[in-house]
Design a protein around this ligand. Structure first.
Ligand code: ATP
Ligand code: MG
Length: 421
């Protein structure tokens, strides 16, 4: 029979890797909590229009990457390609603005985009992201970037470069858009097909094109920062000064625009030097108009999202030990099996990580299994032990063993604390 395999562009996170995955998540949560964020759990499915209205009709995501299907009642539903839109929807729907002067929220989970799968680019990938609502000050942008820098530091990840830019606001962006059109006008025929279309509908997108030729053509393009209105310019200067104050190093990249339409002012990316072509490990920016555009009260906001797979590939997971069940119970015979099962239940009630293999077999074959599972200790119960009211406790590393009164085994396992105990 033909074996069923995973869909192209999705991946399994197996034991051995999942420990590092959990470690990263925990680190991120701890740091987010220390900055005053609370978790928000958002749905994986939303009405399609949430994404088309927020991310933008003319973006790659909405034009060609969304997994959309008709629900049975005929409404269009999409597997979320990113988290911000849902967080904003939820913020508005539940009037979170009335509950607190500002809201700091984080989320994590899978996102779906039908992109061309390659290293660091998947069709189901994981993000950890955060959003701040109700603070428009430039120092908030710097605080977020400081938080991300601390996260990378705490994971011992070096060589990540923060690039920032300002992409202006609805007041100054039209001016920049026209400047771009003027610049690209005589280069139109050389642009890729996609960018020829972008030229008409959304010329900023050309700067974000992944084609190297378009990239070269854009090298001398006008800079967003030369076209900012005075408010956007002073915001951008404020962000840079605050980053200096916070001790966060960064470079300013006037070509940086984001693949989503809702951003205003600050846009940023963290670039991992060793990541190759898919080199952005985290990205985000300010989006002061999105809450209002989605029907909420005018609320400034700023946020980011980290690509977990890319973060993981920068992380030296050698530091995270795989967890093995430390105690394996071996039994010999039916009566011992009953006693072993009772003991296992007691260990579990005490929170001591332990396993047994119910298929029995010889002492040797069970010991081999314990060895394969890398258990630190084995408890052996046979007929003799039952009669004497003892168990044998074997230290698999030291290769020593001793008899212990059955009544004392739990206390004994607790004092000699080995991993997981
Ligand atoms: P890219 O420029 O690499 O396409 P993006 O601008 O589309 O990224 P965002 O939508 O800002 O990315 O998502 C934030 C982060 O999520 C990215 O910096 C990246 O680390 C990660 N990410 C985005 N798309 C994918 C994907 N298809 N597979 C794996 N990670 C992804
Ligand atoms: Mg993308």
């Amino acid at each position: 029979m033909k074996q069923i395999q995973a869909i192209k562009g999705v991946k399994d996170v197996l034991p051995g890797e999942s420990e590092a995955w959990q470690y990263i998540q925990k680190r991120a949560r701890d740091i987010f909590h220390s900055f005053g964020y609370s978790e928000i759990v958002i749905p994986i499915i939303e009405f399609t229009e949430l994404f088309s209205r927020s991310i933008g009709e003319t973006t790659d995501i909405v034009e060609k990457e969304m997994y959309t299907f008709d629900d049975r009642d005929g409404r269009k539903i999409t597997l979320r390609p990113e988290g911000t839109a849902s967080v904003v929807r939820s913020y508005i729907e539940h009037n979170l603005r009335d509950l607190a002067p500002f809201s700091k929220l984080y989320y994590s989970g899978p996102m779906f985009r039908r992109e061309r799968p390659q290293a660091g680019r998947y069709r189901q990938f994981y993000q950890i992201g955060a959003e701040v609502f109700g603070i428009g000050h430039y120092m908030m942008d710097a605080e977020i970037l400081h938080m991300l820098t601390l996260l990378f530091d705490s994971l011992n990840i070096s060589g990540v470069e923060l690039q920032i830019n300002s992409i202006g606001c609805p007041r100054c962006r039209p001016v920049f858009r026209e400047a771009l059109r003027t610049y690209f006008n005589d280069k139109r025929s050389e642009l890729c097909d996609n960018c020829q279309r972008r030229f008409e509908i959304n010329p900023l997108r050309i700067l974000d094109c992944k084609s190297t030729h378009c990239h070269t053509l854009a090298e001398k393009a006008p800079k967003t920062t030369d076209h900012l209105c005075s408010d956007c310019l002073s915001h951008f200067n404020g962000v840079q000064e605050s980053l200096d104050k916070a001790g966060v190093s960064f470079t300013s990249n006037p070509r940086l625009v984001r693949g989503l339409d809702y951003y205003t002012r600050t846009a940023f990316e963290f670039i991992g030097g060793s990541l190759g072509a898919q080199n952005a490990v985290a990205a985000g920016g300010r989006y002061d108009n999105l809450v209002e555009e989605l029907g909420g009260p005018s609320t400034p906001a700023v946020g980011f999202s980290i690509g977990v797979e890319r973060l993981l590939s920068l992380f030296n997971s050698g530091r995270v030990r795989r967890q093995y069940p430390p105690v394996f119970i071996v039994y010999l015979g039916d009566e011992a099996m009953q006693a072993a099962f009772s003991l296992l239940n007691r260990l579990h009630r005490e929170g001591i990580s332990s396993v047994m293999d119910y298929s029995g077999g010889s002492l040797r074959s069970q010991m081999r299994k314990a060895d394969k599972l890398k258990s630190a200790r084995v408890i052996i119960i046979g007929g003799d032990e039952l009669e004497k009211g003892v168990v044998v406790l074997r230290d698999m590393e030291a290769k020593t063993q001793e008899e212990i009164p059955a009544a004392e085994i739990i206390a004994r396992l607790k004092v000699t604390g080995k991993p997981g105990i």
